[in-house]
Ligand binder design. Structure first.
Ligand code: ADP
Length: 271
């Protein structure tokens, strides 16, 4: 098959012998593409009926039938969840089908951070202490919309998996070896934490540590998958450190080529 895609692996066999194993993965890739198309199509088709259901539910006035109020509220909550799930699936399908970002621009980080803080305050409703540390004069180069959705997922997780009275910190800082090595956006919480055994799989689609807590928290199980894909498209890396009962840190590491300084003079001084 001249159009076959091969996966090659070199395996040490003995001291001076190596095995080259070639596997035809064309069929696997084809199936993976079919899965992606299917998910994208189904999500797209679900969008319109959901908008209609959601719209009509919003029009029903619970004061006309007070005994229906709890049912209406639950139906609204569930249809909101379904809408979020469909939007997340569509976003993930779009991200998976891209090899690179469609358009890149300067992402103004002070307004990004201000938006994240506003979102955190709205979600927390005064139940947490929220702090933010900006890196004055430094912006990122990438996609505003995609980065916002990644950071916003991390912030909403931090709030949802931190009990009342806890703290959330959003921090934009230079990389440990200095800004010439890049910058880091961190979301640090003092919440439940994630057991080490779950960490390797936490960014997989629909993977959750505790189904009941995650479901109660209103999430879709797709947030961290979206974060990982957005960061990959920016050649950035997600690092997770967590301790059960103490909290978690989600750090997004961006290379120096993604950093834009508003004071261009700083870059002229770099080697
Ligand atoms: P979900 O919509 O379920 O929150 P995510 O993909 O965003 O989905 O996260 C996957 C799982 O990782 C969550 O269900 C939760 O168990 C765990 N998790 C994510 N963020 C945190 C956090 N900040 N603290 C503790 N657990 C977290």
């Amino acid at each position: 098959n001249p159009a076959a895609t091969l996966s090659l692996r070199l395996i040490p066999y003995s001291e001076n012998l190596w095995l080259l194993v070639a596997r035809d993965v064309s069929r696997l890739l084809q199936l993976e593409q079919m899965r992606r198309d299917f998910v994208a199509n189904v999500s797209h088709e679900l969008r319109t009926p959901l908008t209609v259901v959601h719209g009509y539910l919003d029009m029903l006035d619970p004061s006309e039938h007070p005994d229906w109020a709890p049912m209406l509220a639950e139906m609204q909550r569930q249809s909101q969840r379904m809408t979020q799930l469909v939007e997340d699936l569509l976003m993930l399908s779009r991200l998976e089908s891209q090899d690179s970002l469609p358009g890149e621009e300067t992402v103004a980080m002070s307004s990004m951070l201000a938006t994240l803080k506003r979102e955190a305050l709205a979600l927390s409703q005064n139940r947490h202490e929220i702090a933010m540390e900006d890196l004055a004069g430094v912006d990122l180069w990438g996609s505003n919309k995609e980065l916002h959705s990644a950071f916003s997922n991390l912030v909403s997780n931090a709030i949802r998996y931190t009990p009342a009275g806890g703290s959330i910190r959003i921090r934009f800082r230079p990389e440990a070896g200095g800004m010439a090595r890049g910058v880091v956006l961190e979301v640090i919480d003092s919440g439940y934490g994630i057991p080490a055994a779950h960490l390797p799989r936490i960014t997989e689609r629909f993977y959750r540590v505790s189904t009941s807590r995650s479901r109660e928290s209103g999430g879709t199980g797709l947030g961290l998958s979206i974060v990982k894909h957005v960061l990959n498209l920016h050649q950035a890396r997600l690092e997770i450190a967590s301790e059960v009962g103490r909290g978690s840190t989600f750090a997004c590491h961006f290379g120096a080529d993604r950093v834009r300084s508003r004071d261009q003079g700083y870059f002229d001084t770099l080697p």
